[in-house]
Write a protein that binds this ligand. Structure first.
Ligand SMILES: Nc1ncnc2c1ncn2[C@@H]1O[C@H](COP(=O)(O)OP(=O)(O)O)[C@@H](O)[C@H]1O
Ligand SMILES: [Mg+2]
Length: 239
């Protein structure tokens, strides 16, 4: 492949220091891969291998312990997401990098259609247009219309996951991070999500995804990166 990657993860490691217990929990260790426009890179490996930690490191929910995360922005600039300041990170989250997390985090009393439209509101899109787009996505993901105007707090796991997906897809980020986005979806909705991801690939979105089902890796991944869990022997006491 001759194209330049949008994202290069180099020597990424993450460990958690639990100061109260005096323990270090190793998570991801020396992870290396590239992500390209219009391609999907899948992270695979058993539970605890550090897959979610890699995504959270890229989105800067966690600060990596070591390594570089080189991002080629739309303006042609290159920056290391490990070193970037918080304003740069917030700007990239608003404009270029999306994250569909495993669990939906929403403001308590916000209507579902506004939860989904939020990324467009943040970009300054007209409210009515943003809500219209949100409703289209909710419909495509089979969320019944009676639920659009109520907050998602009491929704089932599968409904919350669909709201989370709609919010992640609505702004068409350049780089989309997906953490088990279909884990609690029925087969028909999963197929719909597969179609949406394929359409985004054709539009040039770069994706980095963790899938619960190996079948989805088979259907969607262009590159596969395997993570291995750190050895129990690596558990160190903090000096
Ligand atoms: N905030 C945290 N504090 C302490 N340990 C964590 C934290 N987040 C993840 N871990 C630990 O890091 C390891 C990797 O977790 P994770 O990245 O969620 O793995 P995966 O997504 O592959 O299942 C696990 O041992 C997990 O318990
Ligand atoms: Mg995980």
């Amino acid at each position: 492949m001759t194209a330049e990657p949008i994202l290069s993860v180099e020597g990424f490691s993450k460990q958690f220091e639990l100061h109260e217990q005096g323990k270090i929990i190793p998570s991801s260790s020396n992870v290396n891969f590239d992500v390209y426009a219009g391609k999907l890179t899948a992270l695979i490996g058993p539970t605890g291998a550090g897959k979610s930690s890699v995504l959270k490191g890229i989105f800067r929910t966690y600060l990596p312990s070591s390594g570089r995360i080189i991002y080629h922005a739309v303006n042609g600039h290159t920056l290391d997401l490990v070193q970037a300041d918080d304003y740069q990170i917030l700007d990239l989250r608003r404009q270029e990098i999306g994250f569909v997390t495993q669990f939906l985090h929403a403001l308590p009393r916000q209507a579902t259609e506004d939860v989904v439209a939020q990324p467009l509101f943040q970009r300054g899109v007209n409210r009515d247009q943003a809500r219209q787009k949100a409703r289209e996505l909710l419909e495509q993901l089979n969320i019944p219309e009676r639920l659009w105007s109520v907050p998602p707090a009491t929704f089932s796991g599968g409904e919350k996951q669909r709201v989370n997906l709609a919010r992640g897809l609505i702004a068409k980020p350049r780089l989309l991070l997906l953490d088990e986005p279909t884990a609690s979806l029925d087969p028909a909705t999963t197929d719909r999500v597969v179609e949406m991801i394929q359409a985004m690939k054709i539009e040039g979105t770069a994706m980095l995804a963790i899938f619960h089902h190996p079948d989805l890796v088979e259907r969607l991944a262009d590159n596969v990166v395997t993570l291995t869990p750190p050895l129990a022997l690596d558990n160190k006491e903090v000096a």
